[in-house]
Design a protein around this ligand. Sequence first.
Ligand SMILES: [Zn+2]
Length: 453
Amino acid sequence: MLVLEYKAVVRSSQAIAIDEAIRTSQFVRNKVLRYWMDNRGVGKKELYQYNTQLRAEYAFVKDLNSHACQASVENVERAISRFFDNCKNNKQGVALGQKNEPNLSNPTNNRDAKTINHEGSAHFSRHSPVKKGYPRFKKDSRCVEYKVSGWKLHPSKRRITFSDKKGIGELKLLGKWDIHTYPVGLIKRVRIVRRADGYYVQFCVKADVTTEPRSEDGEIGLDVGLEYFYSDSNGHHQENPRFLRKAEKVIKHAQRRIYKKEKGKNNRRKAIRRYARKHLRVSRQREEHAKRLARCVCKLNSFVAYEDLNVKGLVKNRHLSKSISDVAWTSFRRWLEYFALKFNTKVVAVAPHYTSQKCSNCGQTVKKGLSTRTHDCPHCGTVLQRDVNAAINILCKAKSTGGHPGSNAWGVGISTLLGATQACASSDVEPRIPRLLAVGSVNDVDIADVLLA
Ligand SMILES: [Zn+2]
């Protein structure tokens, strides 16, 4: 599934209609979720029946295309099945009923146990040791999703008309990429997304990634870090651009401007939007940078190994969280997996344990703290930059396990099955694939430039 995105030209009356549609789809989602919470054990069928009931009851729900309402129900379904999957997978770790017992016996964890008892509902409490992702209500939804009906593409495929009673009407699409090469039948979803700088229309196309020839057949190990974006096993260091750090001053200025405006007034709203646009710019820069690098790496190598980092866990370190979020490892990894398909490159994720402590030459463990930047092996005399040593280790480790796909279940398996994580239970679910903002010439296009042009 590819996702192509266009910027939409929207009149102010249409903007109101789109916001209304987004709000309605959020309303349906929250209502259906509430219904599931109140009636434990209801299945898919009941949820859809309840949706029909809602359509009969509320005129504004009826105005939204029926398939768009169903998409909201599917959204709830997905959240529920993800929650149940998480429960199933964590079963041995912490069984629901016995959760607070081990905590009580352990005096150091007493505080934790108390909070769980206090809150009563331990299985989705904020302090529970294993988070299972209990479905939550949405309060700031930004998109509405249509399926195969409720919209019609203009023959030129440069305009789209939404035909339900929300009154969105015809939107002009900006962007030069090639939705016209795909037959309309392959477009399975159409979404309208609201961002700080306007509205976007996304098309989910059921098509395979078009492959391109690789230009070289190297092998490379990547060690991501904060000092450099990554260091590879050939000794190259890729600069860390630190987009947020660079824009911080401007962002903080924009943020302060908000508080100088009177609450509830137009100027304040404008200031908020200006501030949001600054953040949007940084996130686009990050994404574009990660995409460009991933493309280079996959184009030049037939085998790429990287660490399977638990970024979510690392971000919890509050001294480093901003820097870690700023380097965008996760989106780099997602793009690596996408371009691996495109260039037929093999990418392997390896467990990050001991990769920096081991000597890449003789295999002995050389203990070093985070501040030691060089690897100096007393056993064989190898002297390497710390990250390069780690990158070589990662490459070796990947080669020793990566030769047999499947043996390393959480490395090879996940990284070759692009985005299709176990969480997506139903086959209809669209895997989380990076949005393709420009097919074909991805590295030549600066998103920020194109979209704002
Ligand atoms: Zn050594």
